[in-house]
Design a protein around this ligand. Structure first.
Ligand code: T1G
Length: 693
């Protein structure tokens, strides 16, 4: 065994050279990895007794891609393309032995080998699109030569991982190895290649699948049309598509050049920087400075949920999906039955779409038990309260849970803005109380705000973050304040949206500007979708707001066919002259001087106060990092990931510009626009929220 460098070893198994890479955590293609592999291949090629070469990795996975932490730094060491030339040009067979995930540059390297062996649990993919890029080391030219342009289009624009079995079927992999015997199986396969004198097969020379697609531009036109909504606003999917087109229409070397051009275009664009930032932000968010990874946690094997309404039912599904039994408690049988039947209907709808089997539905439902007695939650490890958003009701529930539930259990509230400290004060164990703020629909939305109260213990925090990961959420630890992080910032945008409508914009102007910015929909369409009558009552309604008037006219949103918008039978929204008239009457009554408002002002008035509120949240210590706030907005509020999140976006446009506008509006419209101290300080110091300058 020769240590080529600190991450690469070269050894011999008889007549087979074995190159072993060990660069945790994911064998990413850093400079030292590229240097080590290049040198190891050179030595193995020069070794006349070595008849073939196997490349294998230690640790949890085969090479999982280029080293994203190196992006944006001056390139050093062997280039990836040079390394690939050495491998593909080797005068003896090279076999890649794949476990874990061969992704991005990792799969590109494997496609330069002559053959590939994988274990059944392995997966192959080119997920560069998820960080705003494309496979920039020949992947877009080699992949379609193996799997054909149609599958290549799907893989490079979705970034999905193809399991080993399917990889074998489509030719990405040549043989499956027994799960725990990759090394031996790869060596045995290589010996077979040598014994049978199999050709030095180069993917770049295999043209039949791309030539067959030549002259069929409809493959690409149809793909673009079918995916237009999914790719809206994103640049990377289109560049990926153009690369596959190049693979079909151009000779390999020219296709490589086109890939390079299209890669550089993305690499230099803010969209890829934003998505790389988000990649790391969504990993950083799990790290809590004063709750180290070895903090003891409470095993959660039984969950209780109080309330089987929309939220309680959705929350319950998360745990059933993770195989954790749940007891759902409701006060009335009818409410309990309704809650359980809604859950069943959700699962059956998923089964209808083929995303789960009827057996899965029954298995999930078997994990859900209904009850009308809180006493049935006595031996739950975690109890989540999801009752009506009223402090007295919540305190009453927690007082009872305190009496009933076993010591050491986690008692969580799903409140979306109430004071978790006050709720904890209703128990004798405030150290066990925490907030788990799910977002509706709770079984779909990825975000979970974990609300740390004053007395919440570290094991309870650690347990909550751990169970969040287990049920597939992305959790952000936030502090107690009205609306926590997401809703507190959203309130700024909602207020400005309503004021803009009084000042001269129409709801559909505001929605269009925010939709074009990249949100799935604007605030008024969102209100119509959720229902304008949430928290509204006919008895107490006084026609004092546009929303109240709309509700009084039974225009309660999509569900009544009209709200801010009019809806046709397919629920397509159209600006409503009725709403416009109501707005004009309110403007006249309030004496507001109506003016033409530009799209730019609409966007700035909705976004900048949101950023400023994020700064206040940071200076109050209600979020650990600016990037956590961005994780909240991307995963809970539809902020387009290619714009990084409100705090990253603020840095991109310049905090001095945000501060300047906030000061202007403060002078014109009052202290609701007062800049946060942190924003002022960062501008003074020439610093940023998310990029230490
Ligand atoms: N570069 C650097 N660090 C990486 C990394 C990468 N490519 N992938 C993961 N990490 C770090 C991650 O930050 C975390 O660090 C740790 O590894 C575990 O990751 C030229 C241009 C492989 C499926 O996009 O999808 O190749 O927080 O928590 O859940 O064409 O990581 O522990 O300090 O995600 O088990 C293309 C990205 C790159 C793959 C493992 N490759 N990675 O998931 O662990 S661009 C990717 C993943 C490229 C070429 C192009 C996942 C994973 P820390 P993790 P996991």
């Amino acid at each position: 065994m020769t240590a080529i460098n600190e991450v690469t070893d070269l050894s011999r198994e008889g007549e087979i050279a074995l190159i072993t890479l060990n660069s945790p955590p994911v064998n990413a293609l850093s400079a030292k990895v590229r240097d080590g592999l290049a040198e190891a291949f050179r030595q193995a090629i020069a070794d006349r007794e070595a008849k073939a070469i196997v490349l294998i990795c230690e640790g949890k996975t085969f090479i999982a891609g280029a080293d994203i932490t190196e992006f944006g730094k001056p390139p050093k060491g062997t280039s990836l393309l040079d390394l690939e030339d050495i491998i593909e040009g080797a005068p003896k067979p090279v076999i890649a032995a794949i476990h874990g995930t061969a992704l991005g540059g990792g799969l590109e390297v494997a496609l330069c080998a002559h053959y590939r062996v994988a274990v059944p649990s392995a997966r192959c993919g080119l997920p560069e699109v998820n960080i705003g890029l494309l496979p920039g080391a020949g992947g877009t030219q080699r992949l379609p030569r193996i799997v054909g342009p149609e599958m290549a289009l799907d893989m490079v624009t979705s970034g999905r991982h193809v399991p080993a079995k399917q990889s074998l079927e489509v030719g990405l992999v040549d043989e499956l190895a027994p799960e725990e015997q990759l090394r031996d199986a790869a060596i045995a396969f290589t010996r077979k290649v040598v014994a049978e004198n199999r050709p030095l097969r180069k993917v770049r020379d295999s043209n039949e699948k791309v030539e067959a697609a030549r002259g069929h531009p409809e493959i690409f036109a149809n793909f673009r049309k079918e995916n237009a909504r999914r790719f809206r606003g994103l640049k990377a999917p289109e560049n990926n598509i153009q690369c596959i087109e190049a693979a079909v229409n151009l000779p390999f070397e020219q296709g490589l050049k086109e890939e390079r051009r299209l890669f550089v275009e993305l690499f230099q664009d803010s969209q890829s920087r934003a998505q790389q930032y988000v990649f790391f932000a969504e990993r950083e968010v799990w790290k809590i400075p004063d709750v180290p990874p070895d903090t003891p946690t409470i095993p959660v094997n039984k969950v209780g949920i109080v309330g089987a309404g929309t939220m309680g039912g959705g929350i319950a599904m998360n745990f059933a999906n993770a195989g954790i039994p749940v007891t759902l408690v409701e006060a009335k049988q009818e409410a309990l039955d309704r809650g359980l039947s809604v859950i069943r209907r959700n699962y059956e709808n998923t089964a209808k779409k083929g995303r789960m089997t009827a057996a899965d539905v029954e298995k999930r439902m078997s994990l859900l038990k209904g009850s009308m007695a809180l006493e049935d939650l006595a031996d739950s490890d975690l109890v989540i309260e999801a009752v009506f958003e009223n402090m007295d009701i919540k305190k009453e529930v927690f007082g009872k849970l305190d009496q009933i539930v076993k010591p050491g259990a986690v008692l969580a509230t799903n409140t979306s803005y109430l004071d978790t400290d006050e709720i904890a004060s209703a128990t004798k164990r405030p150290e066990s109380v925490i907030g788990l703020h799910f977002f509706s629909p709770a079984n779909v939305m990825r975000l979970l705000e974990v609300v740390r109260a004053d007395k919440t213990s570290k094991p309870v925090v650690a347990t909550s973050m751990q169970i969040a990961k287990k049920i597939g959420k992305i959790a952000a630890l936030v502090g107690v304040c009205p609306g926590f992080v997401g809703n507190r910032m959203l309130a700024q945008r909602q207020r400005e949206a309503q004021k803009l409508v009084m000042e001269g914009a129409m709801p559909w102007d505001v929605d269009r500007v925010l939709y074009d910015f990249g949100f799935p929909m604007g605030p008024f369409q969102m209100s119509d979708l959720a229902g304008l009558d949430i928290g509204w009552s006919k008895e107490s309604s006084k026609g004092a707001t546009i929303r109240e008037v709309l509700c009084e006219m039974d225009r309660r949103g999509q569900k009544t066919g009209a709200g801010f918008y009019d809806y046709d039978e397919n629920r397509n929204a159209k600006p409503s002259p009725v709403t416009a008239k109501i707005i004009e009457d309110f403007r006249a009554k309030s004496g507001t001087n109506v003016r033409q408002i530009s799209d730019e002002e609409i966007l700035e008035r909705c976004i900048y106060p949101t950023i400023n509120e994020g700064a206040k949240i940071l200076e109050e210590g209600k979020a650990i990092r600016a990037s956590d706030i961005d994780v909240v907005w991307i995963n809970g509020y539809g902020w387009p990931k290619y714009r990084g999140g409100p705090m990253w976006y603020g840095d991109l446009i310049g905090l001095d510009k945000v501060l300047g506008r906030m000061r202007e509006w403060q002078a014109q419209m009052g202290d609701v626009f007062a800049p946060s101290k942190l924003l002022e300080q960062l501008v003074t110091d020439g610093k940023a929220f998310t990029r230490p300058k």
